[in-house]
Design a binder for this molecule. Sequence first.
Ligand SMILES: Cc1cc2nc3c(=O)[nH]c(=O)nc-3n(C[C@H](O)[C@H](O)[C@H](O)COP(=O)(O)OP(=O)(O)OC[C@H]3O[C@@H](n4cnc5c(N)ncnc54)[C@H](O)[C@@H]3O)c2cc1C
Length: 353
Amino acid sequence: MVVGAGLAGLTTADALHAAGLAVTVVEARPSIGGRIKTLVEGDSWLDLGATWHWSNQSHIRSLAAELGMEAFPQFRDGRAVAEEAQNVAPRLVDVPPPSPAELRFAGGAQALCHRLAGRLPAQAVVLSTDVVAISAETSGVHVSVADRDGRESKLSSRFAVVAVPPRLAWAGITFTPALPDALADAMQGTPTWMATAVKCIAVYDSPFWRDAGLSGLAFSRVGPLVEVHDGCTDDGSTAVLWGFLSAGHDVRDLDVERRTEAVFAQLGRLFGPEAADPVRYYERDWSNDPYTNDVVVWFDDPVAYGHPAFAEPLFGGRLIWAGTETADVGAGHMEGAVRSGRRAAAQVLALQQ
Ligand SMILES: Cc1cc2nc3c(=O)[nH]c(=O)nc-3n(C[C@H](O)[C@H](O)[C@H](O)COP(=O)(O)OP(=O)(O)OC[C@H]3O[C@@H](n4cnc5c(N)ncnc54)[C@H](O)[C@@H]3O)c2cc1C
């Protein structure tokens, strides 16, 4: 059994299924993908969670290629806007192209998860079901699950791969026997990547900033957005500017209406009056998403990911960890999710022999 149908859990399940094992993925949300979420409306799509992968990330790139996902470079042509202080007009700056290159998935990143799940047998992914307890026995694991109505039942499996952000697994799943102290500390001390992010997305009739020689990239010390990016679809049919809300900015405490006003005003300052009047606007607050975050914790940087305790199967191999935060390389990113999923599957397969 795999707990969590994010990219890590689906990668694990895919590898196990390919090796001939029967696998069930239990997912708390009503949909797969976890922190990879694409809003699809007709021909238009918007990534509400993960956006980029990078040209030097070999695991996500190889998986995407295998699944026939097309990638395109992040639009960076033209100048960027820097807003350095309150009541000081933003100025235009040159920004060198990123190295390694930033890439986006055509059609949105969640298609990656749908294609992975599409390789699993029908019914392999059980949605809207929380794993609440895992008990390791000599012959396998008993997994207690609760459906949306709170009805609990027990499932059995030879092993459980927990592909849930470690802090959330610690807060939401009761493990028996108790987890070793070092592992428990590592779980609580590992922040969930981007768990405090609020992504603000403005859709326009056309990418007018491109016509003005702007890349859509902006940096701000004023806020509420700290950075802004061009998020147009690869075919240019949907024109988008999106940004992250500053971690500390007080607009987080405002109601959505007033926060939206502040975001529009800032977009207007950065890109001109047209930017202050989008045709559609979306906000995705990951900090209040119960399947990403337990409580909002602001960790001091730098934070260590990929604690060695996550690489050790527990209870004779009954319990194995996956999830981007457990990866020793690429942690936090989709790259880390794929790496951790492949590592977890290899551990299960080695232990089955
Ligand atoms: C706003 C935002 C922007 C990002 N931008 C990027 C980016 O540009 N590039 C990049 O590489 N990465 C980015 N990331 C990070 C990227 O999304 C993650 O690295 C990746 O999706 C993690 O996958 P995962 O499977 O490890 O975890 P998750 O996606 O968190 O999956 C865990 C799954 O477990 C489920 N779950 C939780 N608890 C339970 C339970 N008790 N029982 C059953 N299921 C449970 C959850 O619902 C979820 O589906 C971003 C993330 C966010 C939020």
